[in-house]
Design a binder for this molecule. Sequence first.
Ligand SMILES: [Zn+2]
Length: 301
Amino acid sequence: MSNILANFIKNAISAVIFLFGIPFFVREWFYRNKTAILLYHDVQPDVFTKHVSYLLCHYKIISLDLLVSAIHNKDLSEIPPKSVVITIDDGHAGNIALLPIIMQYDISPTIYVCTQIINTHRHFWFRIPTLSKKKKEHLKRLPNAERLTHLSQTSNFEPEKEYEDRQALSLNEMKQMMHYVDFQPHTQFHPILPNCTETECKQEILGSKIDLEKHLSIECHHFSYPNGNYTEREIEFVKAAGFRSARTVDIGWNRSDTSPYQMKTIPISDDAGLIRFRAELTGIPQQIGKWVNTILWRITI
Ligand SMILES: [Zn+2]
């Protein structure tokens, strides 16, 4: 399915959800005793400003640390109703443009970064321009070594190769941001963890914690699984590395009985207009999209 068609369908679904007033009811009833962790990637400042302004009028933006502490205590009574946490994955270079908005609105988002890609000219493998969406989905299912061999042979991609342009935040930018942003690790190179060997997996999880703590002279407590993929093995490695939480991309809200190592997410489209954004806060368009993608994948393989 072309991107234009997929976008049209998503906007149409969002418009229907909006017209039926579903965002209002979900906000008033569903967000009362549950907290959403919103997930962005490379959102542009103008879109982010609109989303944050809307959230500040209708929701309460809280820090990830506050939510994780409440979940560990199994008591969300201190969390205000209609709360959301803002998280941003990967550490894309464009995130620096969000700093004035983050400072203006005092929203302390969490940015999970790939610690061997930040401050280098290395590239994110999933941003290779010649990779189709279908190809990426196929690669996400291969053993890690096989995925890397394939990328090397077909796209001349190497994880440690330094390219001309920089895709991730520099250390200088992160140091400007760190008083307003909670930086946390998202592995070193963004592999699909369950497809890694035990040694690779441990290195990606613990290594990213050590890297980031050294880079910024901070302590890191929160982790997010690349592409949201995890098994019991990854949960054990994340706990053993000393993390207090891990965020998935499982769609849903977090409650007092949510496992801190399987925290749920409401992914937000980086280019969502306000109607689509309000629809996405219900989680419904994303869940429909997930079902459609699963069906299309099964039909086409
Ligand atoms: Zn990611």
